[in-house]
Write a protein that binds this ligand. Structure first.
Ligand code: AHR
Length: 643
């Protein structure tokens, strides 16, 4: 394939975004990204789930039960753990087996618990093996407990040795003879390992490092389905997810488990800030997963909630919600440029949900947000303008879902599909004028798999699927003047409890299980070489799919390509010349290839990485042409300036 790249005439993009969506699915939040090690730490309940003792076990026959005291720890946390020693002397207590194990290392753990009752002795907090009972570390916590009051106890615990595996527990015990009341009540029992950037109530280090490693610059929160909630009384209400943990009631999860709300709006914002990601804030739009639609005359409450949330994030510290943010320790406004109204409104409660969305829900949100945020000093734009107005409101469906999106709105296109479909859709956005985000995408089905109706998701992301995503990403990046960015979803899967098998990373309690999927490698390579201006090129597409452009920051010329279904599986020879790139220029060529089996996977249980990365230096000849060849099912980037 001969490709001649012009020096002018492409799209100025401002930098295409590669990003991630987070919602708590597959225990990717609680028991995942959120570093809390204690499962069911506050016995929370909600519309769909009852309080339970899941995760908790007695020490020495201690009697454990759920208790609803007249004076609970807080309105939000109304159920506590009643602990009655089995006898008048000896050690009593309980232990927790974590989110299917606890990783124990020689490092400082920070813990806390609340107690109510008359106890004058000390507590012992410890980490031990669930198999042999061997204790790896313990600490003494002097009791400050009061008969009629809830008192918080903090401690640090540094084990003296690493545990050989993650089958470990965390225990709290006390001396029965020093107990004056019949029982003690415990609540909000928490233990954190070191977290990303050392944040209190922070995120799990190895998972964030793996996410950071693929250079995401776009972060869509909170979901996905999680935003919508099961019903219109249990949607993801951001106001429940900020502030002290004892005031967070938890969330009635849509993926079959109760959530703590420990990973709330505040933590998402800190995460975006720490990683340098642009936010795509999804706001509840009056439609829930059971099809509950909010009538027009009751929608204002949710529009107000959205405006409050925007003010909480980017209003000045003396605005009502900006002041709450300041009180929570962040006086500086966060940057917020994209707000999405709802999630997949074309899906839940169709057709009514979608009709009402197009009819009044989206237009009312669009108007209210633009009115409040366009050039308005109160909410003050702190952001670079890529699109007008300064907050780009995004609909939760695309023009391909039958939404003639009113200006100045953008659309959101979601697709979980087969590798062949990505290739067939390569030019899908070439002529669409309305800006779009690709808010959720992943290869989920094998070619010939017939989709949701009769198909099943593959067990893991696989190589051919990853190359298919590469083709799609190239297609989107070619249109980066109108495509804001592309987002992989879902991103994390706890191998001990999940329902959605295709995720960018897989993990378990033991960090040794954390696995970068085949897709991670493709997305990493694409994201590592930003193009800020695409440039027109001469050759047709297929089996080589490509985008060429410049990076204004490095002044490098960049060429990204994927080869899919070459004739007889042969290598594709490429001759690439950029206008303005002189003879003798060197470039770094990175090529990703997979195994012969297109279904090859990176399996967390074997730890074997099947993606091969080859880096070479190539030099343009006397005519300024770079010559190289790319194998079938490969993804490659050539960059004259490196990263
Ligand atoms: O990413 C998993 C789910 O797929 C999301 O929650 C939803 O938006 C989509 O249908």
């Amino acid at each position: 394939v001969d490709i001649h790249v012009s020096s002018k005439g492409g799209n100025v993009t401002g930098g295409f975004h590669y990003g991630l969506l987070h919602e708590d699915i597959d225990n990717s939040g609680d028991g995942g990204l959120y570093a809390e090690l204690i499962r069911n730490r506050a016995f929370q309940s909600s519309e769909r789930y009852a309080s339970s003792l899941a995760g908790w076990f007695p020490v020495n026959g201690t009697r454990l039960s759920l208790n609803t005291l007249e004076e609970p720890l807080s309105e939000a946390l109304s159920t506590s753990l009643k602990v009655v020693p089995a006898s008048a002397s000896g050690r009593a207590g309980f232990f927790n087996d974590g989110y299917w194990g606890i990783d124990v290392k020689v490092q400082e753990y920070r813990g806390s618990f609340w107690v109510r009752g008359d106890y004058s002795g000390h507590f012992t907090a410890s980490l031990q093996s669930n198999i042999t009972g061997e204790q790896f570390g313990s600490t003494r916590v002097e009791s400050k407990s009061q008969v009629d009051e809830w008192v918080e106890h903090d401690f640090t615990l540094t084990p003296s040795k690493n545990a050989p595996n993650s089958n470990n527990t965390f225990a709290i015990t006390f001396e029965a003879e020093d107990l004056k009341s019949e029982s003690l009540d415990f609540n909000l029992i928490s233990l954190f390992p070191p977290t990303y950037k050392g944040r209190k109530n922070g995120l799990r280090l190895d998972l964030v490092e793996a996410l950071e490693g693929f250079h995401p610059t776009l972060f869509r929160i909170p979901g996905g389905n999680m935003l919508e909630g099961n019903t219109n009384t249990s949607y993801w209400d951001w106001k429940d997810s900020i502030g002290p943990l004892k005031d967070r009631p938890g969330f009635s999860g849509v993926w079959r488990y109760q959530q703590t709300h420990g990973l709330g709006l505040l933590e998402y914002l800190e995460f975006a800030e720490d990683m340098g990601m642009e936010l795509v804030l999804a706001v509840y739009a009056g439609l829930s997963l059971n099809g509950n639609v909010t009538p027009e005359d009751q929608l204002q409450q949710f529009i107000d909630d959205a405006l409050d949330e925007i003010e909480f994030i980017r209003g000045p510290p003396d605005s009502k919600w900006g002041a709450v943010r300041a009180q929570l320790g962040h006086p500086e406004p966060w940057k917020l440029e994209y707000v999405e109204i709802g999630n997949e409104d074309w899906l839940a409660g169709a057709p009514k949900g979608w009709e009402t969305y197009k009819d009044y829900r989206f237009p009312l949100f669009l108007e209210a947000i633009n009115k409040a945020c366009q050039g308005n000093d109160i909410l003050g734009s702190t952001v670079r303008r890529v699109y007008d107005p300064d907050i780009q409101v995004i609909a939760s469906g695309s023009v391909y879902d039958g939404h003639d999106i009113p200006s100045p709105g953008a659309g959101d296109y979601h697709l979980y599909t087969t590798p062949d479909t990505w290739v067939a859709e390569f030019g899908k956005f070439d002529t669409i004028k309305t800006p779009h985000i690709i808010g959720e995408m992943a290869s989920t089905f094998p070619n010939g798999g017939t989709g949701w109706g009769s198909g099943v998701l593959r067990p893991f992301p696989w190589w051919q699927g990853a190359v298919g995503e590469g083709v799609a990403l190239i297609g989107y990046e070619r249109n980066a003047d109108r495509i804001i960015g592309a987002i992989y979803a879902p991103i994390l899967r706890n191998m001990n409890r999940w329902q959605w098998s295709i995720t960018m990373l897989q993990f378990a309690a033991d960090p040794a299980m954390t696995t970068r999927s085949t897709s991670w490698y493709v997305w990493e390579l694409m994201a590592a070489h930003p193009i800020t201006e695409t440039l027109p090129a001469s050759a047709d597409f297929g089996p080589l799919y490509y985008v060429a452009g410049k990076n204004e920051k490095t002044q490098g010329h960049v060429f990204k390509a994927a080869v899919y279904n070459s004739t007889n599986g042969a290598d594709v020879p490429v001759k690439l010349a950029f206008d303005g790139v002189a003879a003798g220029t060197t470039a770094e060529l990175t090529v990703l290839t997979g195994p012969e089996d297109p279904y090859g996977i990176n399996d967390p249980f074997t730890g074997v990485n099947i993606v091969k990365t080859t880096k070479t230096t190539v030099k343009s000849d006397k005519n300024g042409t770079f010559s190289f060849s790319l194998p079938n099912l490969s993804v490659a980037v050539l960059d004259t300036k490196g990263r």
